[in-house]
Design a protein around this ligand. Structure first.
Ligand code: UGA
Length: 722
């Protein structure tokens, strides 16, 4: 940016000088320059690198007179230039939407010599309202953020009376405008209907994005739906800055329907060719603030991020005792790989707010260049996420993370007036990645990367996670918004997803097993056998160890381990007698030592598993039989054990088909066992953990459970479609 500023000097296009004021390189100012560059406009920047002298908190209080004084001085060399125009705009909240030729032509049509933008509020002195002429149409009051005029008239206006830097510029120009003599002498007009200048405050519902569909390469324009004009410069004055941020995602060709995200490429850096030691130093802060399903996988994905570990300081705040062993495992396995590790445990009893603030301080202590915050619900499936975000090179940027199949994500597209969630026109397009790009949004959470320069710029009093009773993330974003920091969310590529912790019940012994409904994708990844899809490979013949007994990989060893744990933890194995209160008839002809799924609250989950994973195999093998959803009243885990019940006498099942999943390993966990199909004199004894036997229940498949001679054998049984 600095090199740009020094190279432009006062090089201007033809007959118009363009000025702005900017004391530092804010996100808004970068956007201003990008829009200027898009239309070949080269503004002269006044006040650059200086302390702001225009008064404190000008957003809420009067001020800005310094802007007037800076311009006055800058125009001195041109004071005799009668035909030259000058265009002044604010710098932090303005975008050009057109080139200077069009702006000049439009200005000339107004026949004014001085033209200011208009707005709906009489600010900063409301008592002046009645002195304002009433326009036929449009906004009545002057705004000082955008104006254009001939140099002599503008200078006359600026020299009208002396002004202290901290005086209010808008009041200064307002008084001039309300002076009838001056108004007519200078041909001083307001752009009431936004032919050129669109001030957004008080007009945010009057503007919309508009494309010319018939054009080959359409761009999005701003249209004022009330005045039917297409403004050429837009100003997010006062509190309308978030509206400008939303519009700015598209305007000035930032995003185009045929070209996608163009502003994504600006400022982009390439880290791929860097050596490990040249990579930016990252402070990676992990937050476990709520019990989170599939945390082990989440942590593994953090470790799997392809970024040199020796350039990462790791910070972990675990606020949930339940997760202590998970974190301990992770730390033991990987802790040493990182440049440093700081842990705050659940026992330390530190609040989320303090932990988050502390991590920012630690980042600075470690002289970090990037701060990467990752919550336990954020699954970074794309191992390049950290590098890609770093390359995006924004003050704050988050990867888009969405709960699979849901509209819940880690950003908000808009805010209500009291700062809560509101849906934006493009929210669903972004969430579904129908539109890909880099989106300036008012709120993000769960995972984001911050350029540590920002952290150095403000003390913790301004940049922290505390604000009234707000959640830490809401407070942090509100504080960032107050500093006019842009919050970007990127869906340029897929980065990962969010897990849904809402139904995660850690009073269960294996709570993740219960997550098949709410975290389907993660459940499948953890619990469904990696060879499951092979069951449907048309080039493979299904394994058939005995006639019409099929054998398929279906669940992982982890599933088997967790299911056994679920049962053993419950512990109320049946007594193996014929009398069985759990059954409607109260009688079981061929009893086993077992626990029914409904005894552990897992029946709905099991039935979904049957429908989703077992039924397709059945349909594939026993073609022509469709029963969706499968019905199954008897779903249970059986324990065979010498000294308890080591075998089961020959019997039929009351099922159309039976499934029998081996939950542990013969030769390792037990000896003997297996299933013998008497009619075929055929036994399956080398059962494999996580593999399922499927066979018809009646008539042909009279079978028995073979004797377990040592150890314990567990199987999962269901009688499908009895
Ligand atoms: C609004 C109006 O749009 C301004 O024309 C007017 O000067 C101001 O109110 C006022 O009457 O005091 P607003 O949008 O609320 O301005 O404030 P900012 O955009 O934050 O500040 C105005 C401009 O001053 C910035 O766009 C930027 O050009 C300059 N500025 C402000 C700096 O260069 N550095 C600063 O630290 C602050």
């Amino acid at each position: 940016l600095l090199s740009y500023l020094t190279s432009i000097s006062s090089k201007q296009i033809d007959d118009i000088l363009v000025y702005t004021v900017a004391t530092s390189e804010t996100d808004g100012f970068k956007r201003y320059l990008e829009s200027a560059a898009e239309y070949n406009i080269q503004p002269t920047v006044l006040g650059w690198g200086q302390e702001w002298k225009g008064g404190e908190d000008i957003r809420h209080r009067a001020g800005g007179g310094w802007k007037v004084n800076l311009l006055k001085e800058a125009l001195q060399p041109y004071k005799d230039d009668k035909d030259r125009l000058v265009l002044f705009t604010d710098g932090y909240d303005v975008m050009f939407l057109s080139n200077l030729r069009t702006i000049t032509d439009e200005f000339k049509k107004t026949e004014a010599r001085v033209l200011f933008g208009a707005e709906s509020a009489c600010w900063p002195d409301e008592t002046l309202t009645s002195l304002y002429p009433v326009p036929k149409q449009g906004k009545r009051f002057l705004n000082s953020g955008l104006y254009i005029g001939y140099i002599p008239e503008i200078l006359e206006l600026l020299n009208r009376k002396p002004l202290v830097d901290t005086d209010d510029d808008q009041l200064f120009f307002t008084q001039a405008y309300l002076d009838e003599k001056m108004r007519s002498q200078l041909k001083f007009k307001l752009d009431h209907t936004s032919q050129i200048f669109q001030n957004l405050n008080g007009a945010i519902n009057e503007v919309e994005l508009f494309t010319e569909n018939e054009k080959e390469n359409p761009e999005l324009h701003l249209q004022n739906a009330v005045t039917h004009t297409r403004p050429l410069i837009v100003h997010g004055n006062g509190p309308s800055k978030l509206k400008l941020n939303a519009l700015g995602n598209y305007l000035a060709r930032a995003w185009m329907p045929n070209q996608g995200c163009r502003h994504c490429k600006r400022g982009h850096i390439d880290l791929q060719k860097k050596t490990a030691s040249e990579m930016p130093l990252v402070y990676l802060a992990l937050f476990i603030e709520q019990a989170s399903p599939f945390l082990e996988e989440q942590l593994q994905k953090v470790y799997d991020l392809e970024y040199p570990k020796k350039r990462i300081h790791l910070f972990i705040h675990n606020g949930v005792k339940y997760h202590t062993p998970h974190v301990a495992d992770f730390v033991e396995k990987y802790g040493k790989a990182y440049l440093s590790l700081k842990q705050i445990t659940a026992e330390d009893g530190i609040s989320e707010w303090s932990a988050r603030d502390l991590s920012l301080d630690q980042c600075l202590l470690k002289e970090c260049e990037l701060y990467f915050s990752v919550d336990s619900v954020s699954h970074l499936d794309n191992p390049h996420t950290l590098r890609l975000l770093a390359e995006q090179n924004r003050t704050v940027v988050a990867p888009l993370l969405v709960r699979p199949g849901k509209a819940w994500s880690n950003f908000w597209g808009a805010l209500t007036t009291d700062g809560f969630y509101a849906r934006s026109h493009d929210y669903m397009d972004i969430v579904h990645s129908d539109k890909r790009g880099l989106w300036n949004v008012p709120f993000l959470s769960n995972c984001y990367l911050i350029n540590a320069t920002l952290l150095r710029q403000y003390d913790r009093a301004k940049l922290n996670h505390v604000r009234g009773n707000l959640d830490a993330d809401m407070a942090f974003c509100a504080n960032l918004r107050d500093l006019d920091v842009f919050l970007f969310v990127s869906n340029r590529v897929d980065f990962g997803h969010l897990v849904n912790p809402e139904s995660y019940d850690i009073t269960r012994s294996t709570p993740d097993m219960y997550q098949i409904f709410d975290n389907e994708r993660d459940w499948e990844e953890r619990y469904i056998h990696s060879d499951y899809p092979e069951n449907f490979n048309p080039d493979k013949k299904p394994l058939q160890p005995c006639p019409d007994v099929y054998w398929s990989p279906i669940v992982t060893k982890r599933f088997c381990k967790d299911l056994i744990q679920m049962m053993e933890n419950f512990g109320k194995w049946s007594d193996g007698k014929n009398q069985d209160d759990r059954l409607t008839g109260g009688y079981e002809a061929v009893p086993t030592r077992d626990i029914h799924m409904n005894q552990v609250g897992w029946e709905p989950h099991w039935l979904l598993f049957l429908q989703r994973y077992v039924r397709p195999i059945q349909e594939h093998i026993f073609t022509g039989y469709f029963h969706d959803p499968p019905r199954s009243l008897m779903n249970f885990v059986v324990r065979y054990k010498p000294g308890e019940q080591p075998s089961l006498r020959p019997h039929h099942d009351s099922s159309t088909y039976t499934i029998n999943i081996a939950l542990n390993e013969v030769g390792q966990d037990y000896e003997g066992g297996g299933c013998r199909f008497i009619r075929y004199n055929c036994s399956v004894t080398d059962t494999k953990e996580g593999w399922m036997l499927m066979h018809p229940g009646r008539l042909t498949h009279y079978h028995e459970g073979l004797l377990v001679t040592k150890g314990v054998r567990y199987i999962m049984i269901a009688f499908v479609d009895p």
